[in-house]
Ligand binder design. Structure first.
Ligand code: ARG
Length: 563
């Protein structure tokens, strides 16, 4: 049962407002003595020509109290106290009967959402920054799908641009074929960095790079084959990362995919009278918007990143007829997306407002300096291996007898990393501190996973639950608080979707774990004397595990049965 719903329904019988508007007004009181929900009456003062306190008193008087412990006025508020037993039973029944679907809805039915995420660059490392986009995008994908939206996950690979001409030049001079097969990205990065070093001494190299890119653009066989080779080698490496993380895409249409789709967009921009010449380049002016001009074609006629993003936006609109088009890309690209969306708006397409840039901050490490010098990046693969290794050490120390240690270390270690990425508001920078993120008692992934495993261990010890369960007795503070948290899952997901902010659900998993641990510490479940109460408590444990599992899975984190 959704209590907020029934509160709203009761109010609706007496005021002239839509159900939705009433739900928006309903508040959660700051103190439990003030009830579970409160309805403020200020806004009716004008229509009823009465003081809000009076209105609240009259409303409380008139409202049908069925299903509630009490409903009473306090100042300008009507406070609702749920009937705890009914609520506890209804919530736990709902969680257990819906299982893996608990928290889901059909709210997004018939709405398509494209999500552009991860989108690493070919021949470059998949670095710690790309996991930010990957984790947020993957999680939004899961949440939106869970709520009935039809999602299209797009990996907008950086697979085009002048750098590929340079890479071909570097390849022809310095590539070590063996190294390329063994560690492709490291080798491609090595020769790319070497190209830049050498080009400083010999600027003619730059011309060579440009020459090769021209050949590539013109479809010259040898260059195209090399480019494909780099792309395939890179994709194989990226796929390993995606496999480890359990991340999937519906489309790998990268930048090169739009090569033959840009002319039409550029022509449309021109036809709308927006394309102007500036220093030889073709641009769209954005003075009124206080932004620098958006370059569409460079002086040499070449298109750029923005041109490809414009073509991609139109392609997505035409192919997927999206309700929303989401771009999960670092906040350092926020100007780029503002410009791209503005160009679309200036062209007269009102769907520009359905395009959303979901930005995020930077990543730093407490124990090392992340130098931005060329070639010095932290490979995600190394970070994940380190996380798994450190988790293995913790397990070795805490629970050396554990079976499947390797599997647990993997799920918990990688889970800890993802959790760290998704824990705070995405615009905030992240500072990685290993002891903090692997702490089983902090606000961490391992803490939430440990809570799940603890619940599962109780259930294993209890064995098959037989006989009645009496939920009406689970009304202690800790029990009621836990069930309230469990009951609020769907609302948290909807809020996370609304704000495109997975951290809302991450925080929620911490709330569930905390509420569960309070309950667990206050009541000795296995020693409960009355069988119906013990059974009810076990059901509550089962429901908690179910909610943790569902919530973590929306973040892309797996649970383990023992740890
Ligand atoms: N490849 C880019 C990078 O690594 C991100 C691409 C994001 N998506 C887009 N449609 N521009 O920074």
């Amino acid at each position: 049962m959704d209590y907020k719903n029934s509160v709203a329904a009761k109010i609706k019988e007496h005021v002239e407002l839509e159900l939705e508007a009433i739900e928006k007004l309903i508040e959660i009181p700051p103190k439990p003595e003030m009830g579970d929900y409160a309805f403020p009456c200020f806004q009716f003062a004008k229509t009823f020509r009465k003081a809000p306190n009076m209105i609240a008193a009259e409303l409380a008087e008139k409202i049908n109290k069925e299903g509630f412990e009490k409903i009473e006025a306090l100042g300008p508020y009507v406070n609702f106290f749920m009937d705890k037993g009914t609520f506890v039973k209804a919530t736990i029944d709902k969680v257990l009967s819906e299982g893996d679907k608990y928290g889901a809805s059909e709210i997004g039915k018939g709405k398509n959402v494209t999500i552009d995420y991860s989108s690493p660059n070919i021949a470059k490392p998949f670095h710690v920054g790309h996991l930010f986009s990957t984790a947020i995008g993957n999680s939004l994908y899961k949440m939106l799908s869970f709520e009935g939206y039809n999602c299209v996950g797009i990996n907008h690979l950086g697979d085009w641009g002048t750098q590929f001409g340079k890479l071909i030049a570097a390849y022809k001079r310095w590539a070590d074929e063996d190294a390329l097969q063994k560690e492709p990205i490291k080798e491609l990065l090595r020769i790319y960095v070497k190209f830049h070093d050498e080009a400083e001494k010999d600027p003619a190299l730059e011309d060579e790079g440009r020459m090769y890119f021209k050949k590539l653009e013109d479809g010259s066989k040898e260059e195209v084959e090399l480019w494909e080779k780099f792309k395939n080698l890179s994709l194989k490496e990226f796929d390993k990362v995606y496999e480890t993380l359990g991340v999937k895409f519906d489309s790998y249409a990268g930048e090169s995919f739009y090569n033959d789709k840009m002319d039409a967009v550029v022509k449309d921009i021109e036809d709308k009278g927006l394309l102007v010449e500036s220093n030889g380049a073709k641009v769209v002016m954005m003075e009124e918007e206080n932004m620098p001009p958006c370059i569409i074609k460079k002086a040499d006629g070449a298109t750029i990143y923005a041109t490809r993003d414009l073509a991609a936006a139109f392609y997505r609109k035409n192919n997927y007829d999206f309700y929303k088009s989401i771009y999960v890309v670092g906040s350092d690209q926020s100007l780029h997306f503002k410009q791209v969306f503005k160009v679309i708006e200036k062209m007269g397409y009102d769907w520009a407002e359905k395009c959303k840039h979901v930005g995020f901050g930077l990543i730093r490490f407490a124990d090392r300096k992340l130098s931005t010098r060329r070639g010095q990046v932290i490979f995600l693969e190394d970070l994940l291996n380190e996380a798994v290794g450190k988790t293995r050490e913790v397990i070795e120390e805490k629970n050396p007898e554990l079976e499947n240690k390797e599997d647990v270390a993997k799920k918990v270690g990688i889970g800890a990393v993802i959790f760290t990425y998704l824990k705070n508001r995405r615009e905030k920078d992240i500072v990685f501190k290993w002891d903090e993120m692997l702490n089983f008692e902090g606000e961490t992934g391992p803490y939430v996973q440990y809570t799940y495993a603890r619940g599962k261990s109780i259930l294993r010890r209890a064995g098959e639950v037989s006989g009645e369960a009496d939920f009406s007795k689970l009304t202690s503070k800790e029990e009621f608080e836990l069930v309230k948290v469990l009951g609020g899952f769907n609302e948290e997901i909807l809020d996370a979707i609304d704000k495109l902010e997975p951290s809302i659900v991450t925080r929620y998993t911490i709330e569930v774990a905390k509420a569960f641990n309070k309950f667990y510490n206050a009541h000795n479940i296995m020693a409960t004397e009355e069988l119906e109460v013990k059974n009810a408590r076990l059901k509550m444990v089962e429901a908690t595990c179910q909610v943790i599992k569902n919530a973590l899975s929306l973040l892309g984190i797996e649970v383990v049965e023992k740890m």
